[in-house]
Design a binder for this molecule. Structure first.
Ligand code: ATP
Ligand code: ZN
Length: 299
């Protein structure tokens, strides 16, 4: 297949999103080999290559149509959108899917001892961040005038160095904030990894591969929690058992030969099945209960 017909996906080279992103593509069926320069992963069994880059470069690579798709944090994407809009450029970077990893939030934090009484407390303060555009929009929407101190990293130590009063930075667990004696006071943006696509139309072959990949991604994300459950039960307990099966659509009911009114019930549960559920099923009359992981699903 000629080069122009291969989908090019930008993925973070080395960081928090790297393993999750490559793992997702592998679960979608991709087998790849890594090039000598370690920058390109060549898809061996499908027309899809992965370009490994810094996460900050991903929105531009996709926006400028160097890559067709990118996997990047919404925080990075949103900052780029606002930066483009600020320069009067159209920021048409369509988010195709929200992925189930990379979750964090962009938050404002203040030194532990500092009093904070709502967003008005930000008025006139210096706030250090690597996300000046997102923070700027947050402040503007609340009619607050503050001094945004744009840094390229190590934001959490800015208050101690006297470079800022507060910070606006990414938080996942809050342990970095605690270690730096900072207290989270406002959520500016909730973020997760997303798939973003080029604003340019794709040739038909590529577009159809893109659609196939999206269906597979949906399948992969759905099965993570899903279980296949099989059990025996008296027909009279059927309604109660259906009610207990978490997130399942109409289960299959099969008569059991030679077992009187007993039936076998098979169902896909879209949520995890916990011991408590199994105990309730048993109390409702279920026996021979078997819970299996689901490997693949195609709606
Ligand atoms: P690069 O070298 O690619 O520029 P980076 O240091 O900017 O890497 P990482 O720290 O690897 O980036 O984070 C990548 C993304 O992971 C973030 O933009 C964010 O979307 C997400 N993320 C999830 N949890 C956290 C967290 N606790 N701190 C920072 N980012 C997080
Ligand atoms: Zn980065």
């Amino acid at each position: 297949m000629d080069k122009e017909q291969r989908l090019k996906v930008a993925v973070q080279k080395s960081g928090r999103l790297t393993d999750h992103s490559l793992d997702l593509l592998v679960r979608c069926g991709l087998k790849y080999s890594r090039g000598k320069d370690q920058l390109l992963c060549y898809g061996e069994n499908m027309p899809l290559d992965v370009l490994l880059v810094r996460d900050d470069d991903i929105p531009d690579l996709v926006h400028e149509d160097v890559c067709d798709l990118g996997i990047v944090g919404r925080n990075v994407l949103e900052e780029k959108r606002l930066a483009l809009a600020d320069r009067g450029r159209r920021a048409d970077l369509e988010e195709l899917r929200v992925l189930d990893f990379g979750s964090c939030r962009l938050a404002i934090a203040v030194p532990e001892q500092t009093a904070y009484d709502g967003a008005d407390s930000l008025q006139g303060k210096r706030i250090a961040t690597t996300y000046p555009f997102i923070l700027g929009q947050f402040l503007r929407e609340r009619g607050i005038e503050a001094d945004i101190v744009t840094l390229s990293g190590a934001v959490e130590i800015a208050p101690r160095l006297g470079r800022a009063d507060f910070i606006c930075d990414l938080v996942a667990t809050g342990s970095t904030l605690a270690a730096n004696r900072l207290r989270e006071v406002e959520t500016v943006l909730n973020s997760q990894a997303v798939i973003v696509r080029t604003p340019q139309p794709l040739p038909q072959e590529k577009q159809s591969w893109l659609e196939r990949m999206l269906l597979r991604i949906d399948g992969v994300q759905q099965v993570k929690e899903s279980k296949y459950i099989m059990l025996h039960a008296p027909r009279t307990a059927l309604n109660e058992i259906k009610r207990l099966l978490p997130g399942s659509e109409s289960p299959t009911v099969i008569p059991l030969d030679g077992f009187g009114d007993k039936v076998a019930i098979h169902a896909v549960c879209r949520e995890n099945v916990f011991w408590e559920t199994l105990e309730r099923l048993k109390a409702a009359g279920a026996s021979a209960v078997l819970v299996l992981p689901v490997e693949k699903m195609l709606a």
